[in-house]
Write a protein that binds this ligand. Structure first.
Ligand SMILES: [Zn+2]
Length: 216
């Protein structure tokens, strides 16, 4: 459910203007587009007059609900007027939500990027975390532990894992998480994301169970 809009682009090399479609809304389920972002090539245009490749002055939105990523990507050259574009993002977001309704989350503000490199890095990091999680889940199952999914957004903001092993029945408790994490890291000391989390979590007696992922 990604979609494009038509723009007038001006070639940065020969200055000729031409009409072209560009992506204005990219959904994370589009594997091709997601890969283009990781390669920093989403919306890269080729001038039909001189053949130069360039990024148009167009902003777009990236949305990946499974990872709770919602991003506004502005052209890199717009960073000088960051405050202005942050304001524009707020009104665009309100408009977009009117058009897309329930499909857009209402409970968090979009992240803003000038140029897509930062978003590409974020997606690379998210993929790496998924690989690491698969290893953790394999061990947790072997050890008879239960699994809990925290909010991916919360995890990113806190530099913590998204998924956790725990012991006990029903929803996880702080004690059940600590017990599950101890069993896990005793079985595999390479799972440092979880051993690091455990060390911090145990020290901070006020820390509760991480907020759950939103069901979508
Ligand atoms: Zn050109």
């Amino acid at each position: 459910m990604s979609f494009q809009g038509e723009i007038e682009a001006r070639c940065t090399a020969c200055r000729q203007v031409f009409e072209t479609p560009v992506w204005s809304f990219v959904h994370g389920s589009d594997e091709n587009l997601r890969n283009q972002i990781k390669a920093h090539e989403c919306n890269l245009l080729l001038c039909p007059h001189c053949g130069a490749a360039f990024m148009p002055d167009a902003s777009w939105i990236y949305f990946e609900p499974a990872s709770e990523i919602l991003a506004f990507v502005f052209p890199e050259s717009w960073q000088a007027e960051e405050a202005k574009w942050r304001e524009k993002m707020k009104s665009d977001f309100a408009e977009m939500r009117g058009a897309l309704g329930e499909k857009l989350p209402i409970d968090y503000e979009p992240e803003i990027f000038f140029g897509q490199a930062g978003l590409g890095d974020l997606l690379e990091a998210a993929d790496w975390r998924v690989d690491e999680r698969d290893v953790m889940e394999h061990y947790a199952r072997e050890l008879g532990l239960k699994l809990y999914k925290a909010s991916p957004r919360w995890a990113r903001l806190n530099g913590a894992p998204t998924d956790y092993p725990y012991k006990g029945n029903g929803a996880p408790t702080r004690a059940g998480l600590i017990e599950g994490l101890k069993v896990l890291v005793a079985a595999n000391d390479a799972l440092t994301a979880w051993s690091d989390f455990l060390a911090k979590f145990e020290k901070d007696a006020a820390a509760g169970v991480p907020p759950a992922a939103k069901a979508r």
